[in-house]
Each structure stands twice: as structure tokens, then as C-alpha cells.
Design a protein around this ligand. Structure first.
Ligand code: NAD
Ligand code: UD1
Length: 370
């Protein structure tokens, strides 16, 4: 039986990846330090973890724990990370330690005992802004919007003549544009894995996840995704707060599809490459808030368009998933609204202590929203 080690395997994506691998007949071991920001202060084994998944509680920066976790492992899915984009800008050392040094510790161990395959979680955050088409039909990469423009409530990216640019799907060939320590960490992780994998003959793939959503999304984390934040507000009878004018576009991909992509990457013949993992569809944030209110039976609660902006936010980014489809055979299955219903059901049981309110507060307090 093939044994897969998932670092960060007790988290949102890792636990679903574990379910997918167990269902396919793998033995699954998880290495996770049950970080309090994700799992709460008593750091219990999460009840959603499959009983068959072996959990080693340990830190990815601890060489002994990593060596123990690797014993007998045939494949590694490396997901362990601290994941807050905003938080990475003031907790710089912990972010570099877990995300970059942790990856280095894992790779050091793999250099001594290679595995059959390594898959690492990268992120759409490495792209910065997505790609745009200009009036002359050329496809271009853009700088972040200047703060002056945002202060004037002018949200779209523009060409030199001032005309708005049209966002287009972003393929893996777009040059990275790193605007946070987290984005830098994710790029470092994928490059370190690809370089070391190549040197030691370990077929290695990096998956650039877009905005993943679904059950088990950590509400206790102040940097949880927008859907969990909106759902928490709706469940408390409050209006979702939409930044900018709400027409910014993202690619929401369901965690079941992401878990399947992880398994497909572990099983692929292809090696040493990067792949987008998104839904291939783009949605604006305002419509997402409205869709969520509908599936939650609260169409009466209208989103509030705040015209505020969040430091470092990009305007549009959504995935071109042509390469994942052609090379890995990855086709997303979960329809957005079905996924929303499942998320809302899950969050309904979670909401007693209204963590998402606290999450929004954290950002306001630190001046990450203006
Ligand atoms: P998550 O926070 O739910 O899971 C991460 C897990 O890693 C947690 O269980 C945490 O306890 C563990 N962890 C943290 N520090 C650790 C350490 N030092 N040692 C061992 N374990 C540690 O996050 P997630 O959404 O499941 O993200 C999984 C991966 O996917 C991460 O690498 C993240 O950067 C990447 N990613 C996620 C998204 C998304 O939308 N969720 C998007 C792009 C990329
Ligand atoms: C960011 C990261 C990405 C990470 C993701 C989830 C970047 C470029 N990307 O994506 O790597 O995977 O977080 O952790 O940093 N919004 C509101 N109201 C809210 C909260 C958010 O309108 O209360 C808007 C944001 O302004 C943004 C959109 O919703 O336009 C999506 O936000 P979010 O879910 O935080 O994810 P991203 O910023 O896309």
C-alpha cells in the first residue's frame, strides 16, 4: 500500500486531501503542529479528521519530527504553512521560519531519503494582479494600483490613456509579482521544492491554489477567506461588508476539487512543473455575497458596499486552468452554488462565538482596511 505523508494535514485542505487519499486506498500520515490560530488553544485532534489518518503532532521546522513522519513514506504532500497574507507583514520572522525554513528542513530530510513524489502547495498570491487585455488587444501584466488612485475610489486598472483594462484568465506563465511576505514564502517554497526535487530525482509538482472554499475552513483564523467572513455575518443577521465597489473578481474553487487535484498531482506521470488549481470561472465579490445570502435563505440581507479598500488587495485574478486540464486531467466538478450550500451548512454549526466578527476587527485595528 502506498503511504502518503501530508504536512499541515490537520488543516482545511490537508484533511480533505487525506479523505481523498484514504478513499483511493492510500495509507495516510499527517504531520501537523495543530497551530492555535487554526485549531484553537487546546490543540485537540480535529473531530473532522478521518479515524484512519495517523496524526503525528509536530512542527515542520523540527528535523526529528520530520524524520519520524517521513519513515516509510512513499510520497509527500507539503501543505504546512502559516497562511495569513496581512499577518505575514507584521509576523515576518514566524512566517519565514514556518514556510521557508520548514520547507528547508523537509527538503534536507528528503535529500537523505528521497521519496517517489513531492507535491507542494503554492498560491495565486504569487501572481499579484492577474493578467489584463488592453485596448489594442495585447495581454499585459500590471503593477499594483497606486494608493492615490484607491483613495479616489477609482478601482479598475487603467492603461496609459486612462481606459480601463479588461481582466483575462491568468496562466502559469505569468511572471510572479510578490507583494507580501506570504507571497514571497509561497514562491520560495515552490522553487525550493522544484530545485531540490530535480537535484535528487524526486518528481515534484507545485500547485498554485486560487481561492479555496468549503467545510472546515478555519473561522478562528483572522485571515480566513471572504466566503467564511460573509457567511458568519449573514448567520448573525448582519450585512456582508464588501470592499471597493464589489466588482473585483476572484476564482473560487471548492476544497473537494482541490483535494482531488492534490491526489491527481501525486499520481501524475509529469514532473518538475507548476499548475494552477482553480475553478476556471471568475465571480465578482458582490455577486458572491448575494449568492450566499440566497442559499442561506436570507435574500433580504443586502451586502453593504463600503468603498473601503484593504491594504495590498489586488483587483482581479482568476485562473487559466488549461494546463492542469491538459496535463493532469484536472476538471473541477463542484458547482459554485452547491459548494456554497455545503459551506453554509457547515458554518451554521460553528457560529456560536462569531469569530468572523473578530477577524474583521483584527484587520481594522491594524489599519489593514482604509
Ligand atoms: P490551514 O491553516 O487550514 O492548514 C494549514 C495547517 O498547517 C494547519 O493545520 C496548521 O496547524 C499546520 N501548520 C502550521 N504551521 C505548522 C508548522 N510549523 N508545522 C506543522 N504544521 C503546521 O490552511 P489551508 O487553507 O488548508 O492551506 C493549506 C496550504 O494551501 C497552505 O500551504 C496554504 O499556503 C495553501 N493555500 C491555501 C489557499 C486557500 O485558499 N485556503 C490558497 C492558496 C494556497
Ligand atoms: C488572499 C491571497 C491568497 C489566499 C487568500 C485566502 C493575495 C493576492 N491573495 O486572496 O493567496 O489564498 O487570501 O487566504 O493576497 N473582501 C470583502 N469583504 C471582506 C473580506 C474580503 O469584500 O470582508 C474582498 C477582498 O477585498 C477581496 C476578495 O474579497 O477583493 C477576496 O478576499 P480574500 O478571501 O481575503 O482572498 P484574496 O485577497 O483573493
Amino acid at each position: 500500500m502506498t503511504r502518503a505523508l501530508i504536512t499541515g494535514g490537520a488543516g482545511f485542505i490537508g484533511s480533505h486531501a487525506a479523505d481523498s487519499l484514504l478513499a483511493a486506498g492510500y495509507e495516510v500520515r499527517l504531520l501537523d503542529n495543530l497551530s492555535p490560530q487554526v485549531h484553537g488553544d487546546n490543540r485537540q485532534r480535529p473531530s473532522y479528521l478521518a479515524a484512519d489518518a495517523e496524526l503525528i503532532i509536530g512542527d515542520v521546522t523540527d528535523a526529528d519530527a520530520v524524520e519520524r513522519a517521513l519513515r516509510g513514506a512513499d510520497m509527500v504532500l507539503h501543505l504546512a504553512s502559516v497562511v495569513g497574507v496581512g499577518q505575514s507583514m507584521y509576523d515576518i520572522e514566524p512566517y519565514v521560519r514556518t514556510n521557508e525554513v520548514g520547507t528547508a528542513v523537509l527538503l534536507q530530510a528528503l535529500s537523505k531519503g528521497p521519496v517517489e513524489r513531492l507535491v507542494v502547495a503554492s498560491s495565486m498570491s504569487i501572481y499579484g494582479e492577474g493578467l489584463y487585455r488592453s485596448a489594442d488587444q495585447s495581454v499585459i501584466a500590471c503593477e499594483e494600483r497606486p494608493i492615490e488612485q484607491l483613495r479616489n475610489g477609482d478601482w479598475e486598472l487603467r492603461d496609459k490613456a486612462g481606459s480601463p483594462l479588461e481582466p483575462v484568465p491568468t496562466p502559469e506563465t505569468k511572471q510572479p509579482s510578490l507583494s507580501s511576505i506570504y507571497a514571497l514564502n509561497k514562491y520560495a517554497q515552490e522553487r525550493m521544492c522544484l530545485i531540490t526535487g530535480k537535484a535528487y530525482g524526486i518528481p515534484t509538482l507545485a500547485l498554485r491554489f486560487f481561492n479555496v472554499f468549503g467545510p472546515r475552513q478555519a473561522l478562528s483564523n483572522p485571515y480566513t477567506g471572504v466566503l467564511a467572513i460573509f457567511a458568519a455575518r449573514l448567520l448573525n443577521g448582519r450585512r456582508p461588508l464588501v470592499f471597493e465597489d464589489g466588482l473585483q473578481r476572484r476564482d473560487f474553487v471548492h476544497v473537494h476539487d482541490v483535494a482531488r487535484a492534490c491526489r491527481m498531482a501525486l499520481e501524475a506521470d509529469h514532473a518538475q512543473d507548476v499548475f494552477n488549481v482553480g475553478s476556471g470561472q471568475s465571480r465578482n465579490i458582490l455577486s458572491v455575497a448575494q449568492d450566499l445570502a440566497d442559499v442561506m435563505g436570507r435574500p433580504d440581507i443586502e451586502p453593504e458596499i463600503t468603498r473601503k479598500y484593504r491594504a495590498g488587495d489586488i483587483r482581479h485574478c482568476f485562473a487559466d486552468i488549461g494546463k492542469s486540464r491538459d496535463v493532469l486531467g484536472f476538471i473541477p466538478h463542484i458547482h459554485f452554488k452547491d459548494g456554497l450550500e455545503e459551506l453554509a451548512e457547515y458554518l451554521g454549526d460553528q457560529i456560536a462565538d462569531d469569530q468572523a466578527e473578530r477577524a474583521t476587527h483584527e484587520l481594522l485595528q491594524r489599519g489593514l482596511v482604509a
